[in-house]
Structure formats: structure tokens, C-alpha cells
Write a protein that binds this ligand. Structure first.
Ligand code: 5RP
Length: 241
């Protein structure tokens, strides 16, 4: 009989599988080109960082999508690099809040969406790691994060509300009187009640609203590989354009 795993166990399982996948990539990587890895943000990414730590010597450096992940990587002894120092990453590994059957993702639950998009864009391969609670047919049940320049908050909110959605301004965990601040000193509007049938179109449409820095739809740069855990193990899926 299969013993059901809780979500933390499922996250740990997929994180370990991602380490195996990345170590295989390192093996086939040209020896004369330093291997710098891109790493995301969140509880699954944290478990991936912890599981990768014993192999840190194999990596010339790591670029991360948040101050929190950077601190964790540094604590484990990884050499930290900045996106500005990098032209190309063989791989970026990150979690997701939702992923659809085409590999489109909704991300930003941890507030790191903009840097996640920047680093994902540098990567040849985006490996999404998550447990099967994140699989959806259509994106949108999870509130869509939109990072905004604070002075444009009201204006952007009006545009998003006109989509028929309900919006909330993200507050700090543990102190709801304080607005959540991203690593880019910006705010996050969470957009509730969207049904995202055309993710790439909505991603572009929201991005053109003045004051929007970035939104959490990852359809223009979606996942290339999905590692997804359930109580039976980890499935491996590749997405083609
Ligand atoms: C952070 C993210 C995370 O990848 C996403 O929120 C999933 O997090 P977790 O692994 O904790 O479930 O996009 O901005």
C-alpha cells in the first residue's frame, strides 16, 4: 500500500529529484564552460537549495531570484552572482503556484516574480518543481500577483478591476497594517477570480499598463521541464513550443 505523503514531504521529494536532474546536466556540460545555476524562490526552491548544497563545488556560481534565496545559498557556501554578470544559464530551477498542461505557470506567491522572470529569461532550460496540488487545467484560481510601482497602485487597480476581477493589495505576513514590499521596493496587487484562458495574451496586456513592473503569468517564458511529485513518486514531463 502507498503511504500518502504530506505537502512538505512531496516538496522535499521533488527537490531531491531536481538535484539528480541538474547533476546529470552538469555531467554533460562542456568542462571548459563554468556551470552557473539559476535558482528561484519559495519553500520548494529552499528545499532544492538545501539538497543541492553538498554538490556546491560543481557550480561556478548561483544566481537567485530573491534576497531570501541568496541568503540561503550564501549560508550553504555557494558563490553568489548577479543577473547583470550573466549572459546565459544552462538551467533555472523554481517552483510555481499553478502550472497548466502546456507548461504555462502562475508564480509570485512569494513576491519574487520579477526577478524570477529576469533569471528564467537567461536560462536555456526552466525546470519547474512542484507537487501535484499545483497542477491545474486553467490558470487563475490562485490570485495573480502583479508587481507595481507604488505611486501607480490606484491607477493599475482600476484597470485590473475593469477585467471583472477583485483585487487586494498584499500586506506583510504577521502585520496586516504594513504593505508587503518586494525586493525591488515595489508593491504587489493580488488579482482574484480570473480565469486565464489565454495566458500569453493576458501576460502581455497586463504588462502594458503603465506602472506595472511585471505580472506572475509565465507563458511567454514557460517551463521546459516539469518535475511533479505525488505519493507514488516524481513524474517528468517536457514541453515543446
Ligand atoms: C515565489 C514563487 C514560488 O515559486 C511559488 O510561490 C511556489 O512557492 P512554494 O514552493 O513555496 O509553494 O513564485 O515568488
Amino acid at each position: 500500500m502507498v503511504k500518502p505523503m504530506n505537502q512538505d514531504e512531496l516538496k522535499a521529494l521533488v527537490a531531491q529529484e531536481a538535484v539528480k536532474e541538474v547533476l546529470n546536466m552538469v555531467k554533460s556540460h562542456p568542462k571548459n564552460i563554468p556551470f552557473v545555476i539559476g535558482i528561484g524562490t519559495g519553500s520548494t526552491a529552499n528545499l532544492f537549495i538545501d539538497a543541492l548544497a553538498p554538490h556546491r563545488e560543481l557550480f561556478a556560481g548561483a544566481v537567485s531570484s530573491s534576497e531570501a534565496s541568496a541568503a540561503r545559498l550564501e549560508k550553504h557556501g555557494f558563490v553568489l552572482m548577479q543577473a547583470n554578470d550573466i549572459e546565459f544559464l544552462p538551467v533555472y530551477v523554481d517552483g510555481a503556484d499553478e502550472i497548466d498542461p502546456q507548461g504555462n505557470m502562475l508564480k509570485g506567491g512569494g513576491g519574487a516574480l520579477t526577478r524570477e522572470k529576469i533569471i528564467a529569461q537567461l536560462a536555456k532550460t526552466f525546470i519547474c518543481i512542484c507537487d501535484d496540488t499545483k497542477a491545474v487545467k486553467t490558470l487563475g484560481a490562485f490570485p495573480l500577483p502583479v508587481e507595481v510601482i507604488p505611486l501607480a497602485y490606484q491607477q493599475v487597480s482600476r484597470e485590473l478591476t475593469a477585467l471583472g476581477a477583485r483585487i487586494t493589495l498584499r500586506v506583510q505576513k504577521g502585520d496586516t497594517q504594513k504593505t508587503f514590499m518586494t525586493d525591488n521596493a515595489a508593491w504587489i496587487i493580488d488579482v482574484h477570480g480570473l480565469r486565464i484562458d489565454k495566458p500569453a495574451e493576458l501576460e502581455s496586456w497586463i504588462n502594458q499598463i503603465p506602472g506595472v513592473i511585471c505580472n506572475g503569468i509565465f507563458a511567454r517564458r514557460k517551463a521546459d521541464i516539469l518535475l511533479m511529485s505525488n505519493s507514488l513518486g516524481v513524474t517528468h514531463q517536457e514541453f515543446k513550443d
